[in-house]
Ligand binder design. Structure first.
Ligand SMILES: C[C@@H](O)C(=O)SC[C@H](NC(=O)CC[C@H](N)C(=O)O)C(=O)NCC(=O)O
Ligand code: NI
Length: 146
């Protein structure tokens, strides 16, 4: 058995691609449009997994966009997507400046949680050792609901 992908349904494809690609840094690997099913599937890979994705050997995020609006509610049984990052403070600075909700700030230099436009929780884990505490993150409390 091999892990393939995690699928999340998104309400706004442009806003989701802006978040996952422009802001978080994921890369589009492939997309499928279904006229019959009236949906679009877009597969995204993290930069370090990009080459493996070309041979379909990388863990992917599958965005599902249904052309007809649906209310997806909030499945509390779904936890989060997790990514290892090279510079947790730098990425959180960039995300916060671009208006992304930082739900759990990286005050310990190790772990942070941010939210997608659909309120999907995204965990960011610092690669290697934790960074030294950096202001203002070190003094911030959690900003939202887990
Ligand atoms: C390509 C493969 O990775 C899939 O996940 S296709 C699965 C298929 N998806 C859809 O039909 C998308 C549109 C649908 N309205 C939806 O929102 O899922 C499917 O069987 N989806 C059902 C599911 O429970 O995932
Ligand atoms: Ni799938």
């Amino acid at each position: 058995m091999r892990y393939l992908h995690t699928m999340v349904r998104v309400k706004d494809l442009d806003a989701s691609l802006d978040f996952y690609c422009n802001k978080l840094g994921l890369q589009e690997v492939r997309r499928t449009e279904s006229e019959k099913g009236r949906f679009t599937l877009i597969f995204l890979a993290a930069p370090e997994d990009g080459d493996r994705a070309k041979t379909d050997k990388a863990p992917l995020v599958e965005l599902t966009y249904n052309w007809d609006p649906e209310d997806y509610g909030e499945g509390r049984n779904f936890g989060h997507l997790a990514f290892e990052v090279d510079d947790i403070y730098g990425l959180c600075d960039k995300l916060q400046k671009s208006g992304v909700t930082i739900n759990r700030p990286p005050r310990d230099g190790h772990m942070a949680f941010v939210r997608s436009p659909d309120n999907i929780s995204v965990e960011l884990l610092q690669k290697g050792d934790s960074k030294e505490p950096a202001e203002p993150w070190a003094s911030m409390g959690n900003t939202g609901h887990w």
